[in-house]
Design a protein around this ligand. Sequence first.
Ligand code: SAH
Ligand code: SF4
Ligand code: F3S
Length: 459
Amino acid sequence: MKQPLPLASVADPIAPEALTPFRNRNVYIENYGCQMNVSDSEVIASILAGAGYGSETDMRSADIILLNTCAIREKAEERVFGRLGEISSLKRKRPDLVLGVCGCMAQRIADQIAERAPYVDLVMGPDSYRNLPEAIENARGAPYIDTRLDPLEDYADIAPVRAEGVKAWLTIQRGCDKFCAFCVVPFVRGRERSVQLENVVEEARRLADSGVKEITLLGQTVNSYNDGRHDFADLLEAASEVNGIERIRFTSPHPSDATDAMIRVMGSNPKVCSHIHLPLQSGSDEVLTRMRRDYRVKEYMEVVEKLRANVPGAAITTDIIVGFPGETPAQFEETYRLMERVRYDGAFMFKYSERGGTVAQKRYADDIAEAEKIERLKRIIALQESVSAEIYASKIGTAAAVLAEGVSKRSGDDLFGKTDDFKTCVFPKGGVEIGSIVQVEIVNSTPHTLIGRSASRGG
Ligand code: SAH
Ligand code: SF4
Ligand code: F3S
C-alpha cells in the first residue's frame, strides 16, 4: 500500500525536476534499538518525502528498504545480520531494490557490514541522513558508505513525519559526552548537542495542532540538556506552556544531571508526568567506578529520596547491567539489595555485552562466565517481577488518570493507555474518545498491566 507523505519542511527543498525519477518509488523503514532511532526514522521519512519518495508499510512492495539499526549489544547487531540475510533473497529477485543500513550499527561497523553483506547498497550513520536521497540515487554496485559524524547536526529544521497518534517523540538532544565504560553510544552518535529551546517549543506546537496530547522529550542524557541559554528545567516549563499538550515525559535522564530544579518542576507542573527512568546500572560503588558512571550509590539514593519527597506518587524505573567485568558475587548482591531497597516500578535488565572500542573492552577481560551472567540476570528479573506485581496490585481500588491511546489488541471492547506514572492500563471503551484523559478505577492487575473498570471524563 503506497501512502504519499506530506512534503517535509527540509531546509533546502529539492527542485521539482530533480524529483521526477523518484516520484513512484517508495521506502520501507524497519526500526531497531531505542526511541532515538524511532525518532530518527521520522526524520529520514521527512527527508525522503522532501525528495519525492512515498512511504511503504509492506517490505515486499518497497523500492527502498532501510534498516535503522542499534549497536548497544552484540545481539542487536546479530539480529540485523540475520535480517539482512533474509532480505538478500528479495534483492536477488529484484536487483533494482535499494537496501540500506542506517543508524548506530551502520556507524560502528560499516566496513564489516560491507564485507558480511556485500549486497547492501548504502551504509549511513546517524549524522548522514541529509545525504540519503543522493546516496540512494548513486547506490549501485559496491556499498556507498557515509559515516561522517557532524558535531553540529541536530536536524532541527526538519519536520519529522510521524505516524498519526496522540503521542509523539521529540528529540531535544543528540549524542552523549559521558563515555560510560561499557557503552558504544558516544562513539556512534558523537558529541552531545541540544536543539534550541525555541525549536523544541515550535515542534511541540506543531504536534499539538495535529492532535498530539503527549510528548516524550528524547536524549541520551536528556536532563543534561543545555542550548546555551536554557537548561532542562527551563525546557520542561516552556514545553508545558504549549496549549493542547497535556502530558510531558522524557527519557533517559542521567542520575548526575537530576537537578533540584528538574525535580521541582516534576513535582509542581501538572503536565510533567510523575515517572522517571533513572538508570542505575549497578548497586556497587566499585562496579560503578569501573563502569565510569559519575555517581555513587549514595548520590543515586539522594536523587531517589528527593524524587519521592517532592514528586507525589513518583514511579521510578531503571536499567541494570549484570556481569560487568570483574563483578564479584558480593558486588552483584549489592545490586540485588539496592533493587530491593528502591523497589522500582519496572526495570530493563541486561547481561553485559562487550563492545569494541569502549574503555571496558580495552581495559578489562569479559571474565564473567555466560552461565553466571544468565544466573544473575534471572535472579534480578525474578525479584523485579515480584516487586512490580506488588506495586501494580497496590493500585487496585485507586483511581488513575489514563490517556486513551487506542483499542486494546486483546479485545475490541477495551481501550488501552498509560497512567500518569507510566503504567499500561486496559479499560472498557464506554463512550471514551481516543486522545482524552479519563479517570479509571483500577480493579485488577498483572505485573505489567492495570485493569480498569469504569471510565469517566476528566483528569
Ligand atoms: N543513555 C542512557 C542509556 C542508553 S543505552 C543512560 O545512560 O541512561 C540503554 C541501556 O543499555 C543502558 O542504560 C544500559 O543498561 C544498557 N547497555 C548499554 N551498553 C551495554 C552493554 N555493553 N552491555 C549490556 N547492556 C548495555
Ligand atoms: Fe551510554 Fe553512558 Fe551515554 Fe548512557 S550516559 S548513552 S550509558 S555513555
Ligand atoms: Fe541502540 Fe543507538 Fe539507541 S546504539 S540504544 S539505537 S542510540
